[in-house]
Design a protein around this ligand. Structure first.
Ligand code: PMP
Ligand code: GLU
Length: 400
């Protein structure tokens, strides 16, 4: 959609594919169709009771007014403590800025660092919103392509080859949305060694899936002291504490970047929801019990989906190491026709076909920077996953 009176900025912005597919799934469900949603990346668990209680208490205690723009000091202190105890990283509260979700933090950081024409290096596949946030800042995304053969990981050589005098930011997620790829400490160290040679590049490390890691303990690229000052950790409460609707995220960065994010939020959103912040303090201070329960369920479902996916002819998948997504290769179905004679020309067509004929919502890989794949979220019940994969197998088998 392009409308003449809207700004060029908004006319050239793509709609978020994750949210679009979720919306289409909801619309179909509203017509009475039994749609299984594997599109949006959101834990299917409820927010833990202790966190909900903290929100109720916050209301009763009248935490209903504007909060400090970078967050309540005791929430920022809880984040500092978490970074120390869970990640062995030292930060001061002046380096923490709380926001309305990791999505806002990412956008803030890009607007804070990127001038028009600056290059932002992004390994593909990447989370849908990264490249569009760069567009909004009038930066230029430079992609490093990976595929299933390399487990969707970049090498230090690929990184170095992508760097130019205009490179300003490198941004990635580990565990990765949409591939589930997890970088090990050694792999991160090898990338850090490259960044040591280029002191003008900042690294946005999106760690929102840190607790959903099936292979090892979480490693942050901020642990390497030689580059730590240039790393911006982005994290939040959505995934770890099933708090997607509460809109609570944050950055940990050097003091200048933190102050700049504070200034930006001060002119755009102000401090995030006071009640969510009070609840966030309890989530962090009460420890990881509920997180670990969710991880157990994800571990079981990962194996379940892997077993079912590998039985579908034409699908190629790996076993993701983290997050709650599969990103299987589906190009074997391109060029085939559905029963109305429509040709499946790419991953977006395939996702629409699976929605309209199979009644399963997924997201085409094109929006994650690689058209040969689709993304399935397995943050759904075992029962729904079994039924969704059955429908998928059946719908794909019909394509001619
Ligand atoms: N980063 C990644 C990789 C994500 O998948 C998401 C989606 N939840 C976000 C950031 C944003 O999370 P939120 O705004 O809910 O904190
Ligand atoms: N991050 C989730 C996803 O990838 C939530 C939707 C969104 O914000 O894009 O599905």
């Amino acid at each position: 959609m392009s409308t003449t009176y809207l700004s060029n900025r908004i006319n050239s912005l793509s709609e978020s594919a994750t949210l679009k597919m979720t919306k289409l799934g909801r619309e179909l469900a509203a017509q009475g169709v039994n749609v299984i949603s594997l599109s949006v990346g959101e834990p299917d668990f409820n927010t833990p009771d202790n966190v909900k209680e903290a929100a109720k208490k916050a209301l009763d205690e009248n935490y209903t007014r504007y909060s400090p723009v970078p967050g309540y000091p005791d929430l920022r202190q809880a984040i500092v403590n978490k970074l120390k105890t869970e990640n062995n990283l030292d930060y001061d509260i002046s380096q923490i800025v709380v926001s309305t979700g990791a999505k806002q933090s990412l956008s803030n950081v890009i607007l804070t660092l990127v001038n028009p024409g600056d290059e932002v290096i992004i390994p593909t596949p990447y989370w849908v919103s990264y490249s569009e946030m760069v567009n909004l800042a009038e930066g230029k995304s430079v992609f490093i392509n990976t595929d299933i053969e390399s487990n969707f990981k970049i090498t230090p050589e690929q990184l170095e080859a992508a760097i130019t005098p205009k490179s300003k930011v490198f941004m990635f997620s580990s565990p990765c949305n949409p591939t589930g790829t997890v970088y090990s400490k050694d792999e991160l160290e090898a990338l850090a060694k490259v960044f040591e040679k280029y002191p003008n590049i900042f690294i946005i490390s999106d760690e929102i899936y840190e607790h959903i890691n099936f292979v090892d303990k979480h490693e942050s690229i901020a642990q390497f002291e030689t580059i730590k000052d240039r790393v911006i950790i982005v994290n939040g409460f959505s995934k770890a504490y099933a708090m997607t609707g509460w809109r609570l995220g944050y950055i940990a960065a050097n003091k200048e970047i933190a102050a700049a994010n504070d200034k930006l939020q001060g002119q755009t959103t102000s401090g995030t929801c006071s009640i969510s912040q009070r609840a966030g303090i309890v989530a962090y201070n009460d420890g990881l019990e509920s997180v670990n329960e969710m991880k157990e369920a994800f571990t079981r479902r990962r194996q379940l989906v892997y077993d079912l996916l590998t039985e579908i002819p034409g699908i190629k998948t790996n076993l993701p190491e983290g997050a709650f997504y599969f990103f299987p290769e589906v190009s074997a179905f391109f060029g085939k026709k559905d029963r109305n004679g429509n040709v499946i020309n790419g991953s977006a067509d395939l996702a629409l076909y699976l929605l309209n004929f199979g009644h399963i919502a997924t997201v085409g890989g094109d929006s994650f920077g690689n058209d040969n794949y689709i993304r399935l979220s397995y943050a759904a019940s075992d029962e729904n996953l079994i039924e969704a994969l059955r429908r998928m197998k059946e719908a794909l088998a019909i394509l001619k």
